[in-house]
Design a protein around this ligand. Sequence first.
Ligand SMILES: *[C@@H]1O[C@H](CO)[C@@H](O)[C@H](O)[C@H]1NC(C)=O
Ligand SMILES: *[C@@H]1O[C@H](CO)[C@@H](O)[C@H](O)[C@H]1NC(C)=O
Ligand SMILES: *[C@@H]1O[C@H](CO)[C@@H](O)[C@H](O)[C@H]1NC(C)=O
Ligand SMILES: *[C@@H]1O[C@H](CO)[C@@H](O)[C@H](O)[C@H]1NC(C)=O
Ligand SMILES: *[C@@H]1O[C@H](CO)[C@@H](O)[C@H](O)[C@H]1NC(C)=O
Ligand SMILES: *[C@@H]1O[C@H](CO)[C@@H](O)[C@H](O)[C@H]1NC(C)=O
Ligand SMILES: *[C@@H]1O[C@H](CO)[C@@H](O)[C@H](O)[C@H]1NC(C)=O
Length: 663
Amino acid sequence: MPAMDFRCLRCLCLAMCVADGLAPPRWQRLATGAIQPSGWLKTQMQLQAAALTSHLPLFWDNVQNTSWLGGNADNVGGIHESTPYWLNGAVPLAVQLQDEALLRTVEKYMDGILDRQTQEGWLGPDTDRSDFWSRYPFLMAMVQHHEALRPGARRKRIEEAALRFFAAVRQRLQGGVPLTSWSSFRAHDLIWTIHYFLDALQGSAASTTLQDLAALAEHLHSHGFDWNGLWFNSSNFAKEAVIKTSMETHGVNNAQAVKHGIVWARQSGNATEGWAETWLAWEQLQRYHGQPHGAFGADEHLAGRTPSRGTELCVVVESMWSLALASQLAPGDEEAVLALDALESLAFNALPGSLSEDLWSHPYLQFANSYQAVSNEPDHVWANDGPQAAMYGLAPNYECCTANFHQGYPKFAGSLFFEDGKQQELVSALWAPSVVNATVGLAHVELRTSYPFNTSVEYWIQNEKPFTLKIRLPKFLRTVTPAPVTVLLDGHSVKAEAVSGFLRLPIPVAARRLAVKISFAMAPSVNGYPDQGVSVYFGPLLLALDLREQRQLVQRYAFNAADWNTTATLPWRLAMPPSPHLGTPRFVAPGPRPMASNNCPVTLEATLLAVPSSAWPVRHGAPGPVNGTCRGGEQVQRTFIPYACTSIRVSALPLAGGEPVLV
Ligand SMILES: *[C@@H]1O[C@H](CO)[C@@H](O)[C@H](O)[C@H]1NC(C)=O
Ligand SMILES: *[C@@H]1O[C@H](CO)[C@@H](O)[C@H](O)[C@H]1NC(C)=O
Ligand SMILES: *[C@@H]1O[C@H](CO)[C@@H](O)[C@H](O)[C@H]1NC(C)=O
Ligand SMILES: *[C@@H]1O[C@H](CO)[C@@H](O)[C@H](O)[C@H]1NC(C)=O
Ligand SMILES: *[C@@H]1O[C@H](CO)[C@@H](O)[C@H](O)[C@H]1NC(C)=O
Ligand SMILES: *[C@@H]1O[C@H](CO)[C@@H](O)[C@H](O)[C@H]1NC(C)=O
Ligand SMILES: *[C@@H]1O[C@H](CO)[C@@H](O)[C@H](O)[C@H]1NC(C)=O
């Protein structure tokens, strides 16, 4: 790799020269821990911490005996990703919950791994000199740990370890070790961490060190797979379920690649171009593979829109992280809201829809439509995964998601707020119960709400300096103008109009806490897709037929870890009448298991039409295509609950009397 001058490089990429370092992000991330969950989100994250996040180091070979600490495990397929994946979620979770025991555990792992850093600077096991990839999630864990620490010896140690590691990567690449496979297709995850340290060390590290970092990022970008040119913006992109598989058809690779353009934009200096690439990627994935739960069909490889095809849990959490970065780094508000809409849908639908209500088990694949999730399905509808892929369990089909799902909620919580230091704006990007200590306004803000399980949000604000509270309205509130919201500032009604998706409220310095209260209407809506049937949404929530699922124990592991068969006790063959007959949604406060199927925060009664089994046959253990137009059928009263509360469900229904719907 030629030693490149950072400034020249930037001047080549840019018409103008940005003074120093990378182009500043439009919004700044708040350091891990500055946003803490409360309410139902805290409950959900505490369940996660109490379940697998805390217990994997106690009984799961890949984390307990990881090769990262000299053990014999965590080498599956010759790569070493489990412990890094786990740390990438466990670090922020421990910090956000202020969970001292978990924090001690993750620090023990971090310290142990840094203690073993080689002379060369390498981190982790070194069985394949070109396996850069397994380190990417570990570097992300280091970033989040670094963010959470006060200046001091621990923080310094992380900086030094990261610099030595980046130097080792650079040496290997210069020495001819190729950038291939996962390491190439996922290169922008590493670039993001390099950029983080470039920002963090601006002003303290030698300028040659910073130039080396920028040159390494440039090498990774130019030698890594060209996602935009060779895939998303080319005739190669798969427009239906793929048959011939490759690295670029791989679902998780695609989810990670959504960040490709927007991450690189900080170094190219062109956020418009970076956004165009990132958004084109997400739009392509949605157009040809989008599923009602917000993710895209990828049962290992891109799987199309058919709602009985699956989506891997890793696809969900990696999409969420890509979209969080896309919103933060977007060139403007109009773009940022789009990424946030997509992130919100995943966080409230696809993520909880792929975790058991106690967060002790997950399936490898979730399905918009399924009537069972059982072990050992030799005749299955998905193409590339094994017979356990639908079952809820400890590590069904493959262990990556057991290790990787931990980042879902913590990174979501970390994306609820952003800051715009230049405008002195605190951006409330997503509504979920939380508390934030912001830099702008030196503000302490409590966001009290049960949203999406309620129709009001309240901000309780204490601040030392004036600032602007900039609040994103979710998509369902932006489709009507003026938005059907009422805003009270300190008890007084204020006229607040959304501009490019955001309300802006100037917050003065007051002697006491100020309250901003926003209430709004939320009504169920029925959305149809020609190739997917119709789905019922309630605000950001996808609703699904409650099948009164039951589970049977298949195998128990240590603690509460187990594999389960889940089956339906109510019929699943139901169609939506041509003019839907929906009741009024009912709310109950989220309970100790917020996503419990038998104690769900939202229920909706509906009159549906039974479909005969001849018209909706089973194909390969799943709801098959609907045969002909389903007319007539007997009327049946049934209940919809959030998709989030179900493990198996029908969330894309045929429309009776309509066109034949392929399901
Ligand atoms: C905010 O700061 C206060 C006072 O330093 C601290 O007690 C609290 O834990 C912080 N909260 C968050 C969300 O960081
Ligand atoms: C981890 O290694 C120890 C020591 O070899 C062994 O006793 C234990 O069973 C291993 N854990 C798992 C989950 O295999
Ligand atoms: C950014 O990229 C776009 C599209 O490639 C291009 O039209 C525009 O001129 C670029 N802007 C700058 C400042 O280079
Ligand atoms: C995709 O390719 C077309 C045709 O070459 C080009 O006009 C467009 O700007 C490209 N879009 C992105 C996001 O690269
Ligand atoms: C789970 O489902 C599989 C496939 O239908 C079946 O073979 C097995 O017996 C079931 N186990 C239990 C405990 O229900
Ligand atoms: C919804 O929020 C309102 C106002 O905060 C509260 O009075 C009500 O109890 C909440 N409802 C539920 C079901 O949580
Ligand atoms: C549709 O139903 C008809 C009549 O019941 C049957 O003959 C035909 O095989 C079915 N087609 C499919 C694709 O299941």
